[in-house]
Design a binder for this molecule. Sequence first.
Ligand SMILES: Cc1cc2nc3c(=O)[nH]c(=O)nc-3n(C[C@H](O)[C@H](O)[C@H](O)COP(=O)(O)OP(=O)(O)OC[C@H]3O[C@@H](n4cnc5c(N)ncnc54)[C@H](O)[C@@H]3O)c2cc1C
Length: 457
Amino acid sequence: MNTVTRPRILVVGAGFAGVECVRRLERKLSPDEADVTLVTPFAYQLYLPLLPQVASGVLTPQSIAVSLRRSKKYRTRIIPGGAIGVDLKSKVCVIRTITDQIVNEPYDYIVLAPGSITRTFDIPGLTDHAFGMKTLAEAAYIRDHVISQLDLADASQDPVERASRLQFVVVGGGYAGTETAACLQRLTHAAVKRYPRLDPGLIKWHLIDIAPKLMPELGEKLGSSAQEILRRRGIEISLGVSIAKAGPEEVTFTDGRVIPTRTLIWTAGVVASPLIATLGAETVKGRLAVAPEMNLPGNDGVFALGDSAAVPDLAKGDDSAMCPPTAQHALRQGRHVADNVIASLRGGPMRPYVHKDLGLVVDLGGTDAVSKPLGIELRGLPAQAVARGYHWSALRTNVAKTRVMTNWLLNAVAGDDFVRTGFQARKAARLKDFEYTDAYLTPEQVRAHVEGTARQE
Ligand SMILES: Cc1cc2nc3c(=O)[nH]c(=O)nc-3n(C[C@H](O)[C@H](O)[C@H](O)COP(=O)(O)OP(=O)(O)OC[C@H]3O[C@@H](n4cnc5c(N)ncnc54)[C@H](O)[C@@H]3O)c2cc1C
């Protein structure tokens, strides 16, 4: 029996932040320095920025699901499940495994990287009737749903039904919503040629946002270019507008318009994973308030990063600024937090996280794109080359890079066959069904659970 007890490092979440952290810990720590464990519901790291391309069929789902078990060098123990609570006092993480068993995982160091969930508001019907764009299942589901609308409209003799199946609404003018609307519009625009009975003029995409501008981080000129491209392609953009209520066959905008539609895609921002609230610690807009070193002051061995943490943005030189929820920050924070965990394990000094934003790339499908790398404004093909080059190089494994490149080439040469796989169940699955937001415990339930299991032992 092994009686040597090594420090236990528990990483929660296998996204940009969590996987970068784990890989760095594996590289820099010798196996007898610490045990590393990763909790994740899925066996892959999802490359979220390319999700709209999965929804539109440019990429297959597998190409952006990067395996966590690609190499024999990966020695981390993986627990398939989700953390549903953390008890900071007794240093225990409560996990619901994928077979619904509840297990307690003690730790010496915990790195919280569970990312974010779709931010919703108290709008009647929203969670029952909207789709999100945060998970691989949602992207694959939306693709099937959109193609099925064309199939059903084609088969229908009822002009009212046809009209409602051929209108689509995307809420959220950030990069996620804009890319989603742009990529899916290209899908329907190309697919309708295979439906000679359908009038292409009936297909209408709406992109709406309560803000006065799309993607304000692009700046005035580039933002207007993006709008111009979308408008030219027939996407109706409404700014200063949101949803007043959502139903199964129509949505009502806050400006009073009622749009007959069966497709409402909601991408109006994100909030930190509900796991953060189970800690009962201080938060900033729902994200865990951490120090610039990404540790939780007053709680030894607790770190948080990525979308779930409010990491001060020291590069901005403004005390109240926090890093935006982007992959660009999350993966760099992942490497940095690993160094700080190692430093604290070895008794060395931790370093604050500083990263100056490299800019933004927005892929609008085909040769349409706008990008702002290092402040340089690009449009069209050069912007597209930068956008794809950036994402391609950020994919973690060579096999993922090859899959993505092959898919891009295949799609450029052979196009899409618009096959509806039929994976979608007869019962419609919407926002509330994909993100498992009701799985979490309250801080009191976490405490009671941990104390209860300790008494039984
Ligand atoms: C459509 C879309 C497009 C985007 N485009 C860009 C872009 O172009 N550029 C950019 O920089 N950013 C982009 N982003 C944002 C970027 O993807 C996120 O900021 C980034 O993924 C955050 O990294 P993370 O590691 O914090 O979270 P994630 O990458 O979301 O990873 C969190 C992980 O934790 C897991 N998890 C969740 N809850 C639990 C739990 N309770 N227990 C265990 N595991 C859990 C999840 O399954 C996931 O694997 C985009 C996001 C979306 C949705």
